[in-house]
Design a protein around this ligand. Structure first.
Ligand code: PEP
Length: 243
């Protein structure tokens, strides 16, 4: 399985940064699939800057409806029109700041797939849940309630307490959770569940990427802060196995 390295720019980045960044990431190694998820306003310009390269684009969210009276929201077909082929759904910042529920994420995933987008569904426990020994239960429950039965996409395991903090779980904790997620995906989706890339996300940096990406059932990384620097994202891509 080819690894996927996805950069999540969150609410960072301006138009003026795109030409130099896009030029730099064009030299990404060929053994990984690279994907950038910038703010909506940058997608179109990114699509132009990356024309002819294999680097893909994604949104960071979409509405559960394909269109409608939803001021301030973006619909999946609109994302697809910009050239985006992926969309991140259920990021913990959206679950926390916007109260997104598993049911909404499920509905968004269906709409995204109908628009031809590949959803990247984020799951992960809070620090309190991990300390209480509930991490695996929480993640299994998020998977069973937010993935539609015909899910064809990607899952990102992102422990909430590791996002943007510089802290990561131990390698054995990451491997254990990825094994749990794989078993849950196969139980839920049948054979299709074994073909899904399971990304690790949470403070992935050039210095820890090789160790994290080499763990069993880790199929790539969802990278926040470090993706803002092209050189760091490229170093993470180079560190992925298979090169
Ligand atoms: C994220 O936002 O998905 C993320 C993993 O952020 P960071 O890499 O900054 O922890």
């Amino acid at each position: 399985m080819r690894q996927i390295i996805a950069g999540n720019w969150k609410m960072f980045g301006r138009l003026a940064e795109i030409p130099a960044y896009a030029e730099a990431i064009r030299s990404a190694p060929a053994h990984v699939d690279l994907l950038i998820c910038p703010p909506f306003t940058l997608l179109d310009r990114f699509a132009t800057a990356l024309k002819g390269s294999p680097i893909a684009l994604g949104g960071q969210n979409c509405h559960a409806a394909a269109q409608g009276a939803h001021t301030g929201d973006i619909a999946a077909p609109m994302l697809a029109e910009t050239g985006a082929t992926y969309v991140i759904l259920g990021h913990s910042e959206r679950r926390e700041n916007h109260g997104e529920t598993n049911a909404e994420i499920y509905a968004k995933a269906e709409t995204a797939m109908a628009a031809g987008l590949i959803p990247i569904i984020c799951v992960g426990e809070t620090e309190m849940q991990r300390d209480a020994g509930e991490a695996e239960h929480v993640v299994r429950s998020q998977l069973s309630h937010s993935l539609p039965p015909r899910f064809a996409g990607i899952v990102a395991y992102e422990p909430v307490w590791a996002i943007g903090t510089g802290r990561t779980p131990t390698e054995s904790e990451v491997a254990a959770m990825h094994a749990t997620i794989r078993a849950a995906l196969v139980a839920q989706l049948g054979a299709g569940g074994s073909a899904i890339n399971i990304l690790y996300g949470g403070s992935v940096k050039p210095g820890n990427a090789a160790a994290l990406l080499a763990l069993p059932e880790v199929g790539g990384a969802l990278v926040g802060g470090a993706s803002l620097k092209a050189a760091d994202l490229l170093a993470i891509a180079v560190a992925a196995p298979g090169g």
